[in-house]
Structure formats: structure tokens, C-alpha cells
Design a protein around this ligand. Structure first.
Ligand code: BES
Ligand code: MN
Ligand code: ZN
Length: 496
């Protein structure tokens, strides 16, 4: 949902009223630019207030102190950065979240001269991104205003060492933040509003940024032989779609990189229907597709120098007289057959055809798919890590590093012949569901049968994309997980 955050960058200088936000470490000593603004008794003022408030300057702690006469500000807000040597770049979005929450609906000046640290333009851009992610809330369907939420825009004036460079870094980072918020919006939308067709229309809107978008309807998919994907949607009164998004920021002779998303707009389980409790959460079963759209938005808005393909499979899994049954056998686009054991194991069917199609048509340098694929990944990794499955150690390692740097962390899980054996079928080439054990790995093993020699990674985001734990940068249900991770991966390794 549109947020209203106004951002301005200035050199260190005079204050203009509004809130004054400063940062201190565990020594509680203000930096020189801050001390200059606060005047002579600054250090003793902070020390006294900290003692009274039991504020130790630990990372992300906040205290508000009344403003002494002579200081041009409404409130003085002091934010802790912890041990001054401990501040890492991953902390900046979190600090931005803390500040964003504190000054929501107000005007504030942040003095970004940190004691012992000189934040780079990228650090400041990360901080602003954190404030923006924190400011997001999804209230499109609330007809009454929440009195506890601040009204009106938030205005942040950032006093920094190099305003021009910071503004530039911010512009690049802001496109990524918009991509995250776009993904969150899509995941939060109710399933009656966002069917396959409506989702495809949201993908098409990326053409405003120069992304080429192509929508496949059922006839075209039929012709291509995507019987597994179509079988999932056949119980729904709403037709299935595939959206192909292309960002051509590289040389026309460069092979693209590819991202593939599971977009089950609602997963009832189909004939193998799910229990009623919590079924409403299955509106989020298109989070993989949402992150691919968010990523394309991010890459296009910062004009990434790389060719990228984003492909999403948009279907609704419903029980109906025309729905697929357990026992059905479907022939995939690759020619391999799958026996349907459980119609609730539908995501892998969608991805089987889509991965094959993308690899066949685009010959990408790598493919990464995102999918809310298994409940079992929550058993293994809770909501802390996404499950990472890959046939390529280099790609896996790069994803792990990008995960640590963005805080969207992944944990590598096993693939292998043991798991592949578990999906053998009595009647077809494979079955779509095995026993309870190793549920995330048997799902991944099925996907791998549709990947040839291309480096590939599968991210199981059932735990990280929705029902999200509350953090300083997200207080909502959907997280937009994966946009920042993959933007970082592309930025660090695949742009020319
Ligand atoms: N969309 C679900 C997985 C899921 C569960 C996502 C919880 C988010 C939160 C998926 O389609 C599914 O139903 N998987 C089954 C597979 C089983 C039938 C083999 C599961 O995990 O139980
Ligand atoms: Mn399912
Ligand atoms: Zn599903």
C-alpha cells in the first residue's frame, strides 16, 4: 500500500525543528557533529538521561528526552547502536525501522554522524529503506481509520557527510524497497480480488518500467503441453495463466538469468482438501510469484545491467467436479508422467512445467525458483531460514552469502538419489507425494527431475514469506521475502 514517507538529504548543519534523532553507542558519547548541534553540556545531558531511563546504548534501544532550552527541536530521540565496533551493514535497515516507528507521522532530522563510525552512502540508503519497510501497512480493506496509527506523512531529513552521493545510493535502494512492498501487497491481497487473471494484470503493469510482459492463456499452455500446470487449475472456475517478464539490461547476446515463481492464488488442497483451520493463509501460496514480480520491479527500476527472465505460474487449486483426482496421471511438458497421489501437492506440478519451459526456451545461465512448497520446511527451519536446494555449489554459496548480508537467510538442504527414489510410482514415471519423512526434500527431488544441466536453486519459502514474525522492518503478515536477497545476488555477481 502506498506509504507517505518524504526523504531529504542535507549536509550537517542547523536544525529546523521537528524531532531530532541522534545515535550513540555504549559509551553514550555523542559524535562531534551531534555534540556541535546540542551545544556544550551534551555529554552530561545524555549521561544523566541514560542513567534515569536505564538506557545503555545497546543496539536498537531508544530513549526520548525532553529538549533543553536552546536546542531547536521538538523532541530529542536517542537511538543505540551498541558496541561501536559491532555495528555491521546488516544493522542499518533495522535501525531505520526503529527510527521510522518512533517518528511516524512527524517531521524528523536524523544526524548521521555516528560515534566511531562513518556510515557510507549505502549504509544510509539501507537505513532509509528500513524506515520505508517499517512504514508499510496493508489497510486497503479497512473502512475505519485506526486511531493508533499516525495520520499524515512522515518527513525525514537526513544530515549526512555527502548528500549527493547518498541521494544517488538512496535512489537505487528505493527501487528495491518498492519491489519488496509490491510483493507484500500481492501476498496480502485477498484471493477473491487476486485471481490468476488479476495477478497477471499486476505483472503486466511492470511494462511501465520497461519490462516486456507476455501472458500465456490456457490455449497456449495446452499447445505447449503444460498438462501438469493445467491439471492444478482445472477445478477452478478461474482460468490459469503464465506470465513471462523480461528485463533486458544486458547485451542482447548475453544469456539471461531466470527466476521462476509458484503462484497458487489460493490453495484449498483440491480434492485432497485441507483442514479448515488456518486455510485463509493459503491466499499467500502465490508468494513465490509475488517475489519474482517484486524482484523484476527492483531490477528494472534500478536499471540493472543484466538480462533477466521472470516466469510465474498462476493457478487456483480448488475441489470441483472437474478437479483432478488422486490416482490421475498427467503428462508434463517434458514428456515425463506424474501420478497424482495428493492433489494438495500441487506447487511442484506447476513448477515442473514452468522450469522445463524456461530452461527450454531461454537457455538461462541459472534458474532460481521460489515457492511456498511444503509445510515440512517449517518443521525443519521454522520461520528463520528458507530451505535452499541446489545442484550447484557455487550458486548455493552465493545465495548463502547474499542471505547473510541482507538478513534473508537460507539454509542448504539435501537432494540426492535417496530422496529421488522415494518418489518412484507404481504406475507413472514418478508420484507427486511420498510419505511424511523428508517432505521438503522429496518435493525438491521432483523439481530436479525437470532441470537438466543448468545451475539451479529451489528456495522453499513456506516459512519465511507469510505469517511473518514481527521485526523492526516488518509488522505485517506478508514479508516480501526474497526480493532483497535476489537483488543482492544479481548485483554482486551477474551485472556487467
Ligand atoms: N502450499 C502448501 C505448503 C504450505 C504449507 C505453504 C504451509 C505455506 C504454509 C503446499 O501446496 C502443500 O499443501 N504441501 C503439502 C504437501 C503434501 C501433501 C505432500 C504439505 O506440505 O503438507
Ligand atoms: Mn497444497
Ligand atoms: Zn500449495
Amino acid at each position: 500500500m502506498a506509504d507517505s514517507l518524504k526523504i531529504d538529504f542535507q549536509p550537517f548543519g542547523d536544525l529546523e525543528g521537528g524531532d531530532l534523532v541522534i545515535f550513540v553507542g555504549e559509551t553514550l558519547k555523542p559524535s562531534s557533529a551531534v555534540a556541535k548541534r546540542l551545544g556544550h553540556p551534551a555529554a552530561s545531558l545524555l549521561a544523566k538521561a541514560a542513567a534515569a531511563e536505564k538506557f545503555t546504548g545497546k543496539s536498537k534501544a531508544v530513549m526520548t528526552i525532553p529538549v533543553p532550552a536552546g536546542i531547536q527541536a521538538d523532541r530529542l530521540i536517542v537511538v543505540g547502536i551498541g558496541g561501536e565496533k559491532d555495528l555491521e551493514k546488516i544493522d542499518y535497515p533495522q535501525l531505520g525501522g526503529v527510527v521510522g516507528a518512533k517518528v511516524a507521522g512527524r517531521a524528523a532530522t536524523l544526524v548521521l554522524d555516528l560515534p566511531g563510525v562513518n556510515p557510507s552512502p549505502e549504509n544510509v540508503a539501507d537505513l532509509v529503506m528500513g524506515a520505508r519497510l517499517r512504514a508499510y501497512h496493508f489497510d486497503r480493506y479497512k473502512t475505519k481509520k485506526d486511531d493508533k496509527k499516525p495520520g499524515g506523512p512522515t518527513k525525514l531529513t537526513l544530515q549526512v557527510a555527502d548528500p549527493a552521493a547518498t541521494k544517488k545510493a538512496h535512489k537505487l535502494r528505493d527501487g528495491v524497497a518498492s519491489g519488496v512492498l509490491l510483493a507484500r501487497d500481492l501476498v496480502n491481497e485477498p484471493p477473491n480480488v487476486l485471481g490468476p487473471k488479476e495477478f497477471a494484470a499486476r505483472a503486466e503493469a511492470l511494462s511501465k518500467l520497461g519490462v516486456e510482459v507476455e501472458i500465456l492463456h490456457e490455449k497456449a499452455m495446452e499447445k505447449l503441453g503444460m498438462r501438469a500446470l493445467l491439471a492444478v487449475g482445472q477445478g477452478s472456475s478461474r482460468g490459469s495463466r503464465v506470465a513471462i517478464m523480461r528485463w533486458n539490461g544486458g547485451k542482447s547476446s548475453d544469456a539471461p538469468i531466470a527466476f521462476v515463481g509458484k503462484g497458487v492464488v489460493f490453495d484449498s488442497g483440491g480434492i485432497s482438501i485441507k483442514p479448515g483451520g488456518g486455510m485463509e493463509d493459503m491466499k499467500g501460496d502465490m508468494a513465490g510469484a509475488a517475489s519474482v514480480v517484486g524482484l523484476m520491479h527492483a531490477l528494472a527500476s534500478r536499471k540493472a545491467k543484466v538480462n533477466v527472465v521472470g516466469a510465474i505460474g498462476l493457478v487456483e487449486n480448488m475441489p470441483d467436479g472437474n478437479a483432478q483426482r488422486p490416482g490421475d496421471i498427467v503428462t508434463t511438458m517434458s514428456g515425463q508422467t506424474i501420478e497424482i497421489i495428493n492433489t494438495d501437492a500441487e506447487g511442484r506440478l506447476v513448477l515442473a512445467d514452468l522450469l522445463w519451459y524456461v530452461q527450454d526456451r531461454f537457455k538461462p545461465t541459472f534458474m532460481i525458483n521460489l515457492a511456498t512448497l511444503t509445510g515440512a520446511i517449517l518443521v525443519a527451519l521454522a520461520q528463520e531460514y528458507a530451505g535452499l536446494f541446489s545442484n550447484n555449489d557455487e550458486l548455493a554459496e552465493r545465495l548463502s552469502v547474499a542471505g547473510r548480508e541482507t538478513g534473508e537467510r537460507v539454509w542448504r538442504m539435501p537432494l540426492g538419489p535417496e530422496f529421488d527414489k522415494m518418489i518412484e510410482s507404481k504406475f507413472a514415471d514418478m508420484k507427486n507425494a511420498a510419505g511424511r519423512y523428508g517432505g521438503s526434500s522429496t518435493a525438491a527431488a521432483l523439481l530436479q527431475r525437470f532441470v537438466n544441466d543448468v545451475p539451479w536453486a529451489h528456495l522453499d519459502i513456506a516459512g519465511t514469506a507469510m505469517s511473518s514474525p514481527q521485526t523492526e522492518t516488518n509488522k505485517g503478515w506478508a514479508s516480501g521475502w526474497g526480493v532483497r536477497l535476489l537483488d543482492r545476488l544479481v548485483h554482486d555477481h551477474y551485472e556487467r
